[in-house]
Write a protein that binds this ligand. Structure first.
Ligand SMILES: Nc1ncnc2c1ncn2[C@@H]1O[C@H](COP(=O)(O)OP(=O)(O)OP(=O)(O)O)[C@@H](O)[C@H]1O
Ligand SMILES: [Mg+2]
Length: 371
């Protein structure tokens, strides 16, 4: 069971709460503004240090509170048990702990919590900037390749130094910085390429199950031109790099191109179809993670009913159920989801004015399913 217990206080309108989720499916239902998304947001905050709804923590902190505290007991198939604790004060100070010991980086908490979020903004993965799709690939690589984080940190440092040299127009220093920059760039690129090779069949399978009529291809651009080594590209672009004061090519410019034939998918597909493609990307990533790590993904699925029609909603829920991962899924009314989907291994929580209550739910067999 990934998350065995969750305690939250000081988040938006939520009253201090402790939940014991089901190892598989958890439904949260309640009226608009009751606090459903805030529960999911709390889990995401613990995993990534960031909210999926705002870039500013001050909006997450309950208006009446001086501090936010999150505690998660994790029982991971592979890593074992751990208790993660996050404390954030209004003043901006924060403390992250694992089993009582202070963590100096968010990456360790992220390592323990392989969380995938599917919520209204997630669907911007297709239409948003290349950075969003780079982060998407890197989530996958980070969670299966243990050295990736080190390569990434080294690369960021090298890029910063190289850009500083370019800005100062200190051409003589480029010779010193280029070899390290090239080495870390190539390491990142190799891991991304290898990951995407394994990811593509997972994506094709997930998409076929969600909507067999969609044909979508994934193409990876590594951030510098094909069949040319990065050293030659840097040499050729040196003059322009110096003129503009930053490095034009490298893994920071990589892109995952999502296409229908030769056209960008975002220009061709309907909004609903785009959402289906994003859902397939998310499912494929969780599925590959599970296969390669022998661990389980945690899915936070917010407001699905407003995003996909009943047929696609059912197909996605079924895929998540088949993955045997832990899912937290919200809906305004219980029937919107449970009418079409009756997973046997589940718990239902009612959310009302920030109070979350587990309800007894002896769900009768579904009358309308889309088998
Ligand atoms: N910082 C804050 N402090 C206190 N209350 C807040 C804060 N930020 C938001 N709220 C309130 O907390 C509630 C949070 O709602 P949340 O978005 O979790 O609801 P929801 O159940 O997901 O609703 P919906 O069905 O509309 O998506 C809202 O009523 C909102 O007005
Ligand atoms: Mg909501």
């Amino acid at each position: 069971m990934p998350i065995r217990q969750l305690s939250v206080s000081g988040v938006r309108n939520l009253q201090p709460l402790t939940l014991t989720p089901h190892p598989y499916i958890n439904f949260l239902y309640g009226d608009n503004g009751s606090g459903k998304s805030s529960v999911l947001e709390s889990i995401a905050l613990m995993a990534s240090g960031k909210s999926f709804r705002t870039s500013q923590f001050k909006f997450v902190l309950s208006q009446q509170a001086e501090r936010m505290e999150l505690s998660l007991c994790i029982d991971d198939e592979n890593l074992g048990e751990a208790e993660l604790h996050s404390l954030r004060l209004k003043t901006g100070d924060q403390l992250l702990k694992i089993n009582g010991s202070v963590l100096t980086s968010q990456a360790e908490a992220a390592h323990w919590l392989p969380v995938q979020v599917i919520e209204p903004n997630t669907f911007r993965l297709l239409s948003g900037s290349p950075e969003e799709r780079r982060q998407f690939i890197d989530w996958g690589v980070f969670h299966v390749e243990h050295e990736f984080m080190d390569h990434w940190k080294t690369f960021r440092k090298q890029l910063k130094q190289r850009n500083a040299v370019l800005k100062q127009k200190e051409q003589q220093w480029l010779e010193v910085w280029n070899p390290g920059f090239i080495e870390s760039s190539e390491a990142i690129d190799a891991q991304r390429q290898s990951y995407l090779k394994r990811f593509k069949p997972e994506f094709d399978a997930a998409l076929a199950q969600l909507d067999e009529t969609l044909e979508v291809e994934l193409a990876y651009y590594r951030g510098w031109e094909k069949d040319t080594d990065l050293a030659s590209v840097l040499e050729r672009q040196q003059e322009r790099d110096l003129a503009i004061g930053y490095t034009q090519s490298g893994p920071h410019r990589a892109e995952l191109r999502i296409k229908c034939g030769k056209q960008p998918a975002v220009e061709i597909l309907s909004r609903g179809q785009q959402k289906t493609v994003v859902a397939a990307l998310k499912v494929a990533q969780g599925s590959l993670f599970q296969k390669e790590s022998d661990r389980r993904t945690i899915y936070l699925v917010d407001d699905l009913a407003s995003e996909l029609d009943e047929k696609h909603r059912f197909a996605l829920c079924k895929l998540l159920e088949d993955l045997k991962c832990q899912v937290f899924i919200t809906s305004i009314d219980k029937e919107k989801l449970t009418d079409i989907w009756r997973p046997t291994a589940s718990k239902v929580f009612h959310v009302e004015h920030g109070v979350v209550t587990e309800i007894d739910h002896a769900l009768p067999a579904a009358s309308t399913t889309h088998d």
